[in-house]
Design a protein around this ligand. Structure first.
Ligand SMILES: [Cu+2]
Length: 487
C-alpha cells in the first residue's frame, strides 16, 4: 500500500474545538475544560490490587496479533469510559525478542483516523513498518510488519496512535500499551512489572472529558493519574526480594517526577538503555514518552506510596491573550507498595549493568532546531523552525551512516519534550546543567527558554520519519517536522 499523506493542520484557532468534536462523536463526550474540577474521582476502585495487561508473547521468532482500537474499555473503575485496544486500556503488553517479526493487524473501530507508533523501536520507518504518515480510516484494517533487528536493544518500549491531529485525544482516551523487547533474564528479580502511567479526566457520568483550546495550548493534564488504567492500585511485595518496575510515562503532557518515600527507587534503565550503573537515590523525572526501569528492594514490612511530585513546565507569563497561565502539575499518589514479611535484607544491587558501548564516531554535521510558540494569522502557533507540520515537506535531510550533533533551542516559556523517532540520541548538555547519563534515549525535555545538545548516530534505517514535541497537544497543533535519512 502506498502511504497516504495526512491533511495539514495549521495553528490552533483560539475558541475552536478542532479534533475534540471528533472524539466527542466517538465516546459521547462533553465539551468542557479537562483541567477544571467537576469530574468525580474513581473512588470506588481506588486501592485494588495492581492488574497487569495480558501479555502477548512471540513464539519462534514471530508475534502476529490483531489490535482493535475501539470505544468501550474500562478505565479508572468505570465501564465503557475509555478507548481501548482489544477491549482494554492499556492494551495488551507485546513481548518480542531481538530478531523477531512483529505483525500487527490494526483494526480501526473508532470514528476517526488512527495509526500505530512503536515508540523508540529501532525499525524501518518505511512502508508498513513504523511509519507515522500512515492513516488508517474508521472501519478499515491495516497490516503492519515490524522487523526487529537481531542487535536491537532489549528494554521497555510502548505503542500508541500517531495520526497527526488526533494523537492527544486518542492517548487521553486510553489508547496505549507496553511493548517489551526481551533478551532473556538479565537481572534476578522476584517480579517484573509494567506500570504504564496515563492521565485523564472523567465527568460525573464516567466519560472522558474533551480538552478545550486552553488545555491544548498548555498541554492537557488529566485530573486522574492512573497506573495500568487503575486509580492508585496496590502493589504487593515481600521483604528480602527485588522487583523490577518498568514505568512508562504515557501521559499526554504530564511530566512525572517519581518518589517512593521510605524505600529506595534504584533506576537501572532510561528509555531502553541500561545506565552505566544503578542510580539512586537521585530524582527520576520522566517526560511524556520516557521510561524508567527501576528496582525496588524492600527490607521491612509496611505501606509506601509511589508519588509523582508537582512539576512546573513553565508559564505563558502575564497579560496578553494567554493571560499568564502556568503549566504546573499537581502532586499525586500513583500507587501503594504493600510489603509483607519479617525484616530481611534483599540481594545486593548489581555492581554494574550491561550498558552498551557509546557511539564515538566523529560528528559529520551540526544542526540548529528551534521550538517556538506565538501568535500567527490564525491563532496560537506551535512551530519548529517557524513552520507547522507539513507531511509533504522534508525539513531535514540526513545521510545514512552519519553522526550528527543537534542543538534544540526552546524560544518559548513552556518546556517541550523533544522526541525523534527511530534514531535514539545521547544528551551532551542542556541549559539547566542536568548531568547527562551518556546513554541513548528517545525523549528529552528542553527547558523553557533553554536548549539541549544531542548526538545522534544515523547508522541504520533509511527512510522518512518525524521529530516533534511529545506534549501531544502541541504535536497535534503542528509542533512536528520531518526527517529524511537517505541511504
Ligand atoms: Cu510542546
Amino acid at each position: 500500500m502506498t502511504p497516504r499523506p495526512i491533511s495539514r493542520r495549521g495553528a490552533l484557532v483560539l475558541g475552536g474545538l478542532g479534533a475534540a468534536s471528533l472524539v466527542a462523536g466517538t465516546t459521547g463526550l462533553l465539551a468542557q475544560n479537562a483541567s477544571t474540577p467537576g469530574g468525580l474521582p474513581a473512588a470506588g476502585t481506588t486501592g485494588e490490587d495492581l492488574l497487569e495487561p495480558p501479555v502477548l508473547d512471540s513464539r519462534e521468532g514471530r508475534l502476529a496479533i490483531v489490535l482493535t482500537a475501539a470505544p468501550g474499555a474500562r478505565l479508572a473503575g468505570r465501564d465503557n469510559a475509555a478507548l481501548g485496544y482489544n477491549g482494554t486500556s492499556p492494551g495488551p503488553t507485546l513481548r518480542v525478542r531481538p530478531g523477531d517479526d512483529l505483525a500487527v493487524r490494526l483494526t480501526n473501530r473508532l470514528d476517526q483516523p488512527t495509526n500505530l507508533h512503536t515508540h523508540d523501536l529501532q525499525v524501518s520507518p518505511q512502508g508498513n513498518s513504523d511509519n507515522p504518515f500512515l492513516r488508517i480510516d474508521p472501519g478499515t484494517s491495516f497490516d503492519y510488519l515490524y522487523r526487529i533487528p537481531p542487535d536491537h536493544p532489549a528494554g521497555t518500549f510502548w505503542y500508541h496512535p500517531h495520526h497527526h491531529g488526533t494523537v492527544a485525544d486518542q492517548l487521553f482516551g486510553g489508547l496505549a500499551g507496553a511493548l517489551l523487547v526481551d533478551r532473556g533474564p538479565e537481572l534476578p528479580v522476584a517480579a517484573d512489572r509494567v506500570l504504564l502511567i496515563t492521565d485523564t479526566t472523567l465527568d460525573a457520568d464516567g466519560r472522558i472529558v474533551v480538552a478545550g483550546p486552553m488545555d491544548r495550548m498548555m498541554g492537557r493534564q488529566g485530573r486522574l493519574v492512573l497506573v495500568n488504567g487503575q486509580h492508585q492500585p496496590t502493589i504487593a511485595a515481600s521483604t528480602g526480594t527485588v522487583q523490577r518496575w518498568r514505568i512508562i510515562n504515557g501521559c499526554t503532557s504530564r511530566v512525572l517526577p517519581l518518589r517512593l518515600p521510605g524505600q529506595q527507587l534504584t533506576q537501572i534503565m532510561l528509555d531502553a538503555a541500561f545506565l552505566p550503573g544503578p542510580a539512586g537515590p537521585g530524582r527520576i523525572v520522566l517526560a511524556p514518552g520516557n521510561r524508567a526501569d527501576i528496582l525496588i528492594r524492600p527490607d521491612r514490612a509496611g505501606r509506601f506510596e509511589l508519588l509523582t511530585d508537582a512539576y512546573d513546565r513553565g508559564s505563558t507569563g502575564t497579560g496578553g491573550m494567554m493571560g499568564g497561565r502556568d503549566a504546573t502539575s499537581e502532586p499525586a499518589t500513583l500507587a501503594t507498595l504493600s510489603v509483607d514479611g519479617p525484616p530481611r535484607q534483599p540481594p545486593p544491587l548489581p555492581a554494574s549493568l550491561p550498558a552498551r558501548t557509546p557511539n564515538t564516531d566523529p560528528v559529520t554535521a551540526r544542526r540548529e532546531i528551534t521550538f517556538a510558540m506565538g501568535m500567527g494569522g490564525s491563532g496560537m502557533g506551535f512551530t519548529i523552525d517557524g513552520r507547522t507540520f507539513d507531511p509533504q515537506r522534508d525539513d531535514q535531510t540526513v545521510q545514512l551512516g552519519s553522526t550528527e550533533e543537534w542543538t534544540i533551542t526552546n524560544a518559548s516559556p513552556l518546556a517541550h519534550p523533544f522526541h525523534l523517532h527511530i534514531w535514539p540520541f545521547t544528551v551532551l548538555a542542556d541549559s539547566a546543567g542536568t548531568p547527562p547519563t551518556g546513554t541513548p534515549q528517545g525523549v528529552v525535555l528542553v527547558p523553557p527558554r533553554g536548549w539541549v545538545r544531542l548526538r545522534i548516530p544515523f547508522t541504520a534505517h533509511p527512510g522518512r520519519s518525524v521529530y516533534h514535541c511529545h506534549i501531544l497537544d502541541h504535536e497535534d497543533l503542528g509542533m512536528m517536522a520531518t526527517i529524511n535519512v537517505r541511504g
